[in-house]
Design a protein around this ligand. Structure first.
Ligand code: UDP
Length: 151
């Protein structure tokens, strides 16, 4: 089983899209392992998007991410990283097909509603960054896992 880090960005939280996004992950077959609403500060936003530090949009990206609350989540399942990326859709909503989260809810690359880790290594790094070291070993959600059977 693999875990991935997913975050509803401030525009998604402001627009009341958390419930729909959670629902899509549940319907797909993911198991929710952690969820929290939080206001992230600039140092955390800058660490999260460290790979984009030299990009021209970096300042605006950090402004955007710190402009309101985000909903940080840990989702678990088979090929969780790749399955989450396909539910989320292409980075630029112009290219994201309808049926994906960005394809259905976003117009603009700068405010594309949701983040999903791009590799299992990034997922573990981001889970630690947002949920702390304990998330590596301890489930944030104390509930027993939901099993998805065929019948
Ligand atoms: N972004 C932007 N302008 C661009 C490219 C990306 O504002 O031209 C923002 C957008 O919010 C995106 C984030 O930077 O989700 C991270 O970009 P990345 O290429 O890692 O895409 P993602 O993994 O989010 O699909």
């Amino acid at each position: 089983m693999e875990r991935t880090f997913v975050m509803v960005k401030p525009d998604g939280v402001r627009r009341g899209l958390v419930g729909d996004i959670v629902s899509r992950f549940e319907q797909k077959g993911f198991t929710l392992r952690g969820i929290k609403l939080m206001h992230i500060d600039r140092p955390l936003a800058e660490r999260h998007y460290g790979e984009h530090r030299e990009k021209p949009f970096f300042g605006e990206l950090v402004d955007y991410l710190t402009s309101g609350e985000v909903c940080a989540m840990i989702w678990e399942g088979q090929h969780a990283v790749a399955n989450a990326r396909s539910l989320i859709g292409k980075t630029n909503p112009v290219e994201a097909v309808p049926g994906t989260i960005r394809g259905d809810f976003a117009m603009d690359v700068a405010s594309n509603v949701v983040h999903g880790s791009d590799s299992p290594e990034s997922a573990e790094r981001e889970i630690s960054l947002f949920f702390g070291e304990s998330a590596a070993a301890v489930y944030v959600f104390p509930n027993p896992p939901i099993t998805h059977s065929a019948n």
